[in-house]
Design a protein around this ligand. Structure first.
Ligand SMILES: [Zn+2]
Ligand SMILES: [Zn+2]
Length: 416
């Protein structure tokens, strides 16, 4: 039996892998502009971390998390999202004491045992940002602005933001009771999982794919306390000031337990897709509830797989060599190998197939490579000390240049 990959896991081949790398590069550039620094967190953590932070009654923890008992008898889990690990690191490494802004980004693979479906994988990449220790609405506006800048840089302009406020623990306490009473009254209409968890987490029903839509029209709405209302109003003012298009969507709940106050999702208008590209929100109480200092925070996570799929029609960011070197005579191989090195030293991406193969076969590889020029060295070139440049993409005659001039000539041609 041939080896094969696990269901729901994907090989990322070129040019898709290059699309991912281009998105990551755009992200790193934008993060640097906004004062964010990279945090690399473990792939595996104590299971308890996710149960306590992501939330016991969330789909992620209830159904989708890969968890197991390791050799030492510890209950561990493969990370289903990035925020809990960042929060754990913030607490464990005393990052609140560093005197620096705690603005971190991560880029990494996450794992969720979802039912495999088109475009959804059990291992997927997320880019995320977390700003810990800043309660002000400026942090909310900055993080949303940064996210849109990143999407624009990655090739997805014209995004719009859906915005809502879930209030603070105080607003939520009152609302929880009101909502629970309402849900008890219409239990028969709720789907099975919602019915099973309304006593533990009534808010989750609003986020349910089945019940969320009809509850949005009928269920009692959250009333914000004066502080939360002022914060939310200020965030909206600042977004307007930043020229960000948004709409307030009271139905936006997000599926995680830790969100407080501002939550948001970003949709792309350019690509006619209704689904959110990414989202995030405030989690003002999470750090403290995990045993850390009182540190209000806000963050978001972006699914790179989904973004790359949305950008699929765009030209891939390359990866093809610029030139392809061919040895057209047996004793030209060493000279050709030297030419590869010279081209690369001049910053020109160069490749070859097998100098021992026929000219015809090497030319076929050159044509397939996507290179702009084939560089040939045969008997004549060896004698004359030259290289023959043959355009592969555009029409034009081949011509020869002295061997030492080949890199500089190519640089000029490739940049023109
Ligand atoms: Zn409040
Ligand atoms: Zn439901």
């Amino acid at each position: 039996m041939a080896v094969h990959s696990l269901r729901g896991f994907r090989d990322l081949l070129p040019p898709d892998s290059e699309r991912f790398a281009a998105i990551e590069a755009a992200a790193r550039e934008v993060f640097a502009l906004y004062g964010y620094r990279e945090l690399r967190i473990p792939t595996i953590e104590m299971k308890e971390l996710f149960v306590k932070s992501t939330g016991e009654t969330t789909d992620i923890v209830e159904k989708e998390m890969y968890s197991f008992t390791d050799g030492g008898g510890r209950e561990v889990a493969v990370r289903p999202e990035g925020t809990p690990g960042v929060v754990r690191a913030y607490i464990e490494q005393n990052l609140s004491q560093s005197g620096r802004n705690a603005k971190f980004y991560y880029i990494g693979n996450m794992f969720r045992a979802e039912r495999p479906q088109a475009g959804r994988f059990r291992e997927f990449e997320q880019i995320g940002a977390e700003h810990i220790g800043n309660a002000s609405p400026f942090a909310d506006a900055e993080t949303i602005t940064m996210l849109l800048k990143l999407l624009e840089k990655a090739g997805l302009p014209d995004c719009t933001v859906d915005l809502n406020s879930l209030g603070c623990a105080e607003c939520r306490r009152n609302y929880r009771q009101t909502l629970l009473a309402y849900l008890r009254g219409c239990q028969a209409r709720l789907c099975e999982p919602c019915r099973g968890r309304i006593e533990r987490n009534p808010l989750r029903a609003l986020d349910c794919k089945i019940d969320g839509p009809w509850l949005a029209g009928t269920a009692p709405k959250l009333a914000l306390c004066p502080d939360c209302a002022a914060h939310f109003a200020r965030v909206q003012e600042l977004l307007k000031l930043s020229g960000i298009g948004f709409r307030v969507n009271p139905g936006l709940v997000r599926g995680l337990d830790y969100y407080t106050r501002t939550v948001f999702e970003v949709r792309s208008s350019a690509l006619g897709s209704q689904d959110a590209v990414c989202g995030g929100g405030r989690y003002d109480d999470l750090v403290k509830s995990m045993g850390g200092p009182s540190a209000p925070a806000i963050g978001w996570a972006l699914g790179v797989d989904r973004l790359a799929m949305l950008l699929k029609d765009r030209a891939a960011p390359g990866g093809d060599p610029a030139v392809f070197v061919i040895a057209a005579a047996k004793d030209a191989a060493d000279r050709a190998f030297r030419l590869l090195a010279d081209a690369r030293a001049a910053g020109i991406a160069a490749d070859f197939s097998d100098f021992g193969l026929s000219l015809k076969s090497q030319m076929r590889s050159a044509d397939k490579s996507g290179a702009s020029f084939a560089l040939l060295i045969g008997e004549d070139e060896l004698k004359a000390g030259t290289v023959t440049l043959k355009p592969l993409k555009e029409k034009g005659d081949q011509f020869s240049v002295p061997f030492p001039d080949a890199p500089s000539t190519l640089s000029k041609l490739l940049n023109s």
